[in-house]
Design a protein around this ligand. Structure first.
Ligand code: MZP
Length: 504
């Protein structure tokens, strides 16, 4: 007979935190959300690899493109670019993040000088950008001939059929800078000349980027920005257990900061072989995470045998995941995190090595995120949460007056990420393990992340913790009954049922 584990699969929503003593120093501004992303020995000093906030985006086609990676790193977290794409395009994503210079923007609103003014108005309406670079051929990197801003024309008075060259400020009258200038120097030039925008050109006069006055303030408002040793934004990447040597090396060459095997079930000999061989090939500089697992045996295998740097937890809990329905495998995410966190702590006692844990999938609310961190997760991977934001790589759609974004699982027919599921010996997806859906649009990533991190900080203060490591130690949780949920909310049992059905 099979072994029946003496355990009920629990979810985060079934727990509440009990407040601890809040001392005067326990105020949100004193809380640090910095968290390790690779194993380290606390006795030898703090972690070398860390995030400034404990949030990472899922390695999924509908979630982690370079725009989202930039926005998340600027807030202190990291994206994991997805591996269900050719090596070259994943490398290109990493390269775009690495080349993104905070403050130096590659112009995405460009036109040629002979185009009618009406085209500039259409472009402004489409992008929301009122400054348009005018280049010889209308591209983002050809010779700069002028700059058109909304102050250069009167939309309802001027003849919109006339060419832009009749309106723009020609290059001879612009304040310009040559590439190589630092952001501080560029900001000084903007300030001294009372300008809104500074075009950066190369020696031949080709446009390289633009620096905006408004971005100076934006830069100041990203104090948690996560960068590497060369002040480039931090970015992660997922790998599969097929082309990992070639893909891993190419990603490292492009400057990736963290790698992670992306598999629906990481407790496998394939993952061990892949991890050991990749480590041998790329050396020790870039952390390699493994997963996903849901048991202490899975954790032990990945840490002791595959020698991963962090462990990702979660099978079947993702909002678009139907693995549990299709195959009857998985575990309640809270139970998985609690079991593995206990094993991680045992491993730390035994070896002095702390292995960070990432809780991946099924986090539907800020409260669930807080409980996951309290239970022992060091950082959280989310798909739906980020897919809903402006910066995810999909287009917004309107349905009955409300905005939505498409979101699909890696195991859906749309993504066909067969490398993640390994359903047969053939290189194909035999049956779906994910769905193709729409999720409500939530606005800019920074707004959403700011609210989430404010709630995490506030709850940590309630519990008497100033760091995530302390939160793990002092957090006390109680299991809740259905009536406790009703008591604590403004909803009835039926409304709560509907609410949870809607969330999924
Ligand atoms: P969520 O944040 O949307 O609930 O879950 C995101 C996570 O679901 C991903 O990080 C990944 O581990 C998992 N995932 C991605 N695709 C599928 C699928 O098609 C899936 N089943 O389960």
């Amino acid at each position: 007979m099979a072994t029946i584990v003496d355990d009920i699969s629990r979810t985060f929503d079934e727990f509440l935190l009990l407040p601890g003593l809040t001392k005067v120093e326990h105020v949100p501004s004193n809380v640090s959300l910095a968290t390790p992303v690779a194993k380290y020995k606390p006795a030898d000093g703090g972690p070398k690899h860390k995030l400034n906030i404990p949030l990472v985006s899922a390695a999924m086609q509908s979630v982690s493109g370079s725009e989202l990676a930039i926005a998340l790193a600027r807030r202190g977290g990291s994206a994991f670019t997805f591996c269900s794409q050719p090596i070259e395009s994943q490398v290109e994503m990493v390269r775009l993040v690495k080349e993104h210079k905070a403050g130096f923007v590659v112009s995405d609103s460009n036109l040629g000088p002979d185009v009618a003014l009406s085209e500039a108005i259409k472009l402004r309406e489409r992008t929301g950008h009122s400054t348009i670079a005018i280049t010889e051929n209308g591209g983002s990197s050809s010779k700069l001939v002028g700059l058109l801003t909304s102050k250069d024309y009167w939309e309802f008075k001027d003849d919109l059929t006339r060419p832009i060259k009749d309106f723009y400020t020609p290059v001879e009258s612009l304040v310009l800078a040559e590439e190589g200038i630092s952001l501080t120097e560029a900001t000084e030039l903007l300030w001294k000349n009372k300008k809104e925008c500074l075009p950066i050109i190369d020696k031949a006069g080709n446009l390289k980027s633009l620096v905006f006055r408004k971005d100076y303030f934006d830069h100041k408002s990203n104090p948690d920005e996560l960068t590497d040793d060369h002040k480039r934004l931090f970015v992660g990447a997922a790998l599969n257990t097929f082309d990992y040597l070639e893909r891993g090396q190419a990603l490292v060459d492009a400057g990736v900061d963290s790698l992670c095997f992306d598999s629906s079930d990481g407790y496998t000999e394939w993952q061990k072989t892949a991890c050991l061989e990749l480590r041998e090939k790329i050396g020790g500089a870039v952390p390699i995470g493994g997963g996903n697992v849901v048991s202490k045996e899975g954790f032990d295998y990945l840490v002791r045998e595959a020698q991963v740097d962090f462990v990702k937890i979660g099978i079947g809990g993702g909002s678009i995941c139907i693995t549990r329905e299709q195959k009857g495998i998985g575990r309640g995410q809270a139970s998985a995190v609690m079991a593995i966190a206990a094993e991680r702590d045992r491993y730390y006692e035994e070896t002095g090595v702390y292995v960070p844990l990432c809780s991946d999938g099924g986090l539907n609310s800020d409260t669930e995120m807080i409980v996951a961190l309290a239970m022992g997760a060091d950082f959280l991977m989310m798909g739906k949460y980020f897919a809903q934001t402006e910066e995810s790589p999909t287009e917004k759609v309107t349905y009955r007056g409300r905005l939505y974004k498409p979101y699909w699982g890696e195991g859906s027919n749309r993504a066909r990420n067969w490398e993640r599921y390994k359903q047969s010996d053939r290189h194909e997806l035999v049956f779906e393990e994910g769905v193709d859906a729409f999720v409500p649009y939530s606005g800019p990533l920074s707004d959403r992340v700011d609210v989430t991190t404010a709630k995490i900080r506030s709850t940590m203060c309630n519990c008497g913790a100033l760091t995530i490591e302390e939160f793990h130690r002092v957090a006390r949780l109680t299991q809740v009954s259905e009536m406790t949920l009703v008591e604590g909310s403004t909803a009835t049992v039926e409304q709560l049922d509907r609410m949870y059905a809607d969330r999924r």
